[in-house]
Design a protein around this ligand. Structure first.
Ligand SMILES: Nc1ncnc2c1ncn2[C@@H]1O[C@H](COP(=O)(O)OP(=O)(O)OP(=O)(O)O)[C@@H](O)[C@H]1O
Ligand SMILES: [Mg+2]
Length: 311
């Protein structure tokens, strides 16, 4: 079954009385997300990612289109869905004077938990997000990384089947964000949770997400696995060669070679598909009497795909 089936979703924000301003945040987004995957939404600032997540999480009502979440209509059956989903934002903030454990308990009560069940749930969440040592710390005394972990823990308080994470590793150092990614991957693996996250970090998307959609100016420009996107955008693979003699003119003319540049003592040949062209190039070099000292295949990273799409 699909966790999310969105069709032609549009949302325009209207602001101001005099000199009314309109911002079309989403302009007809259709997206299907299967159950049990980690799905990534990538795109430049203002693309509409948070708006889309908020609609999925029943926090905003779309102007047009339909969204079915876990088989239920997101507008008409919002109440029912809210028990089964949750959302965390990378720039969430909670009441500064509450302690970490109290914040989780507060949200637990909103979902009807009380007494022993509440205490157990809070305990389990502190454990899961490695927050136990900090449970008595005031919110405003927590570091950014701990606040983020607390936001993640809070979003799990109702044991959601579907989780929306808006920039879960925003502003975190590499070590802390790796741990958050670890938690996210574990939620999917161990609880079969469907997770939709937004991020500006390409490596994060590549590492975590089964599938990725690129969104820009309220439209989805491309979707697929990281590998599919790289192929779809066709930036090409790079075959980097260290040769003796260092230059072989025939390389640039070989079939499938898009360009060749000399780069710190190596020749970097951008080719259409590395697996296909590498043996051909090695044969050609052998025929030319050149010795291959070193060869490396460099795949384009998602960052390059992103820059290409965001243009
Ligand atoms: N409450 C609002 N009122 C008016 N305009 C809004 C509101 N929320 C979002 N917008 C506008 O809608 C567009 C999409 O915003 P959104 O926050 O969804 O983008 P985003 O992809 O999440 O960006 P970022 O990567 O910066 O978080 C932007 O132009 C933004 O200015
Ligand atoms: Mg956003």
């Amino acid at each position: 079954m699909l966790a999310i089936d969105a069709r032609d979703v549009a949302k325009t924000f209207r602001a101001g009385w005099i000199g009314r301003r309109e911002t079309a945040a989403l302009r007809g987004v259709s997206l299907a997300v299967p159950e049990g995957v980690i799905f990534g939404l990538l795109g430049p600032n203002g693309a509409g990612k948070t708006t889309l997540l908020s609609i999925f999480a029943t926090l905003l009502i779309p102007d047009r289109g339909s969204v079915t979440i876990l088989g239920h209509d997101v507008v008409r059956e919002a109440g029912l869905l809210r028990r089964r989903l949750n959302m965390a934002s990378g720039n969430a903030s909670f009441l500064w004077s509450l302690r970490a454990g109290e914040i989780l308990a507060f949200y637990g009560r909103l979902y009807g938990l009380a007494g022993r069940a509440l205490a157990q749930r809070v305990d389990a969440l502190l454990e899961l997000c490695e927050l136990h040592p900090y449970r008595r710390m005031l919110y405003n005394e927590l570091s950014t990384g701990l606040k983020q972990r607390l936001a993640l823990a809070k979003s799990l308080v109702n044991e959601p089947e579907l989780l929306f994470l808006d920039e879960p590793t925003l502003g975190l150092d590499p070590d802390v964000s790796a741990r958050i990614r670890g938690h996210i991957a574990r939620l999917q693996r161990e609880r079969r949770m469907t997770i939709v996250l937004t991020t500006h970090y390409m490596r994060e998307a590549e590492e975590l997400c089964d599938e990725i959609a690129f969104i820009k100016s309220g439209r989805i420009l491309a979707r697929g696995t990281a590998a599919e996107l790289k192929r779809q955008i066709r930036i090409g693979d790079v075959i980097a060669l260290r040769l003796d003699p260092p230059e072989v003119a025939a390389l640039a003319e070989a079939p499938g070679v898009l360009r060749c540049v000399q780069e710190n003592g190596r020749i970097e040949c951008t080719v259409d598909v590395a697996e296909k062209r590498l043996p051909e190039l090695l044969r050609l070099l052998h025929g030319e009497g050149a010795v291959v000292r070193d060869v490396q295949v460099l795949e384009p990273d998602l960052e390059e795909v992103f820059v290409e799409l965001a243009r």
